[in-house]
Design a protein around this ligand. Structure first.
Ligand code: SAM
Length: 354
């Protein structure tokens, strides 16, 4: 079945469909974000807690524009569904042939630089790996496409395989909320890497487009064992790290590190001492907000704050609103609030002091 032949009964007569992805367990909040933004949303779960097919009562272009203008927190990745090919009686080869035939008719692919992003919704949804699936699609398109690239594609061909259907769509990389496959930002683990927490700051750098080399003096609250501190030192900053727990010994050699082996509620700094404040305490979100705001005198106006907010409550959207209000009342302007791929039960706030 080609979904372009389907007619949806919507109040406006216009609708668009997207494959939507959130971090595992957070899809219901991504659905709620869409509902709040677009009114009614029809959702079909494709991978529980993670991937769903969302139907919106607006055109695909309008949906993308509105999502890009005010980016969602939990919705990590989308791609528009232009084709939905049913897998009849388990005949996956036939479904793939049909999909390739559909894609081969798309004039925009001719001569373009294309990335194919293929995913499976569950282990058994396709034989072979996601890479095998991608290779099959590329094979079918090789006469048409100028070049298959990994980065800086003009167009992305996205395919999701479930055990019942292949979903596919073509979009510009910036229209998918993330140009990574499914929004899963992957970094190589480095030798001697102190903690996986470092990936969160690496991802914040990429996703929020923050140039950390532009800062000079950072305060890292809840710094141990030191993944974030090591990242900031690598970017050339001087770092004051605060934590009652011990930092990794490899960091202690740096003459740009000041380590305060203390609780963050018992430290004192000069006014405007820092131009960057980061905090990753894995602690009660409201107490974290209180602690960070109490130290804001040490952050220069125009300085940046990056804070992870643990989602302990069953109502994360309400909790996030409350925590953001606390920060906003303390003169922090929220630039982005996002559940990064490397955030577990938390989100990351990127803020600027005014
Ligand atoms: C998730 S770990 C931080 C990981 C760190 N960002 C990294 O990259 O290695 C949380 C840290 O917050 C610290 N912490 C918790 N409460 C704190 C407080 N009130 N003051 C300072 N540090 C605190 C804990 O001791 C713990 O080391």
């Amino acid at each position: 079945m080609n979904s372009q032949d389907e007619i949806e009964n919507t109040p406006t007569g216009i609708s668009s469909r997207f494959i939507c992805t959130a971090n595992h367990g957070f899809a219901p909040y991504a659905q709620e974000e869409l509902r709040r933004k677009f009114g009614s949303v029809k959702s079909t779960v494709l991978l529980p807690g993670e991937i769903f097919l969302g139907t919106l009562d607006v055109s695909s272009q309008e949906a993308i524009e509105r999502l890009r203008m005010e980016q969602p927190i939990f919705l990590r990745h989308i791609f528009p569904v232009q084709y939905q090919i049913g897998i009849v009686e388990g005949n996956k080869d036939n479904a793939m042939l049909q999909l390739t035939a559909c894609l081969q008719h798309l004039p925009e692919l001719r001569g373009a630089q294309v990335t194919v992003q293929a995913r499976k919704a569950g282990q058994d949804s396709w034989e072979g790996t996601s890479t095998d699936l991608k290779d099959e699609i590329q094979e079918g398109l090789k006469e048409l496409v100028h070049e298959f690239v990994v980065k800086e594609a003009e167009l992305i061909v996205s395919v999701l395989a479930t055990d019942k259907a292949l979903y596919a769509g073509i979009s510009s990389p910036q229209d998918n909320l993330s140009d990574w496959n499914g929004g899963a930002v992957r970094f190589q683990k480095e030798e001697g890497q102190i903690s996986r927490a470092k990936f969160k700051l690496l991802e914040a750098e990429r996703v929020f487009g923050i140039d950390f080399t532009a800062f000079k003096e950072a305060l890292d609250i809840g710094a141990a064992p030191g993944g974030w501190t090591s990242f900031l030192l690598e970017r050339g900053l001087r770092v004051t790290a605060v934590d009652p727990a011990k930092m990794h010994p490899s960091l202690m050699e740096s003459d740009r590190l000041t380590y305060l082996n203390k609780n963050a509620d018992s430290v004192k700094f000069r006014e405007n001492q820092f131009d960057l404040l980061v905090c990753d305490m894995s602690w009660s979100p409201k107490l974290t907000a209180k602690l960070v705001t109490a130290l804001l005198y040490s952050l220069v106006p125009g300085g940046t704050a990056i804070v992870t907010v643990k989602l302990l409550s069953k109502k994360p959207l309400a909790l996030i609103r409350e925590v953001m209000d606390t920060f906003e009342e303390a003169n922090l302007q929220i630039q982005r609030a996002k559940q990064l791929f490397h955030n577990r039960d938390e989100i990351t706030l990127y803020m600027v002091k005014y």
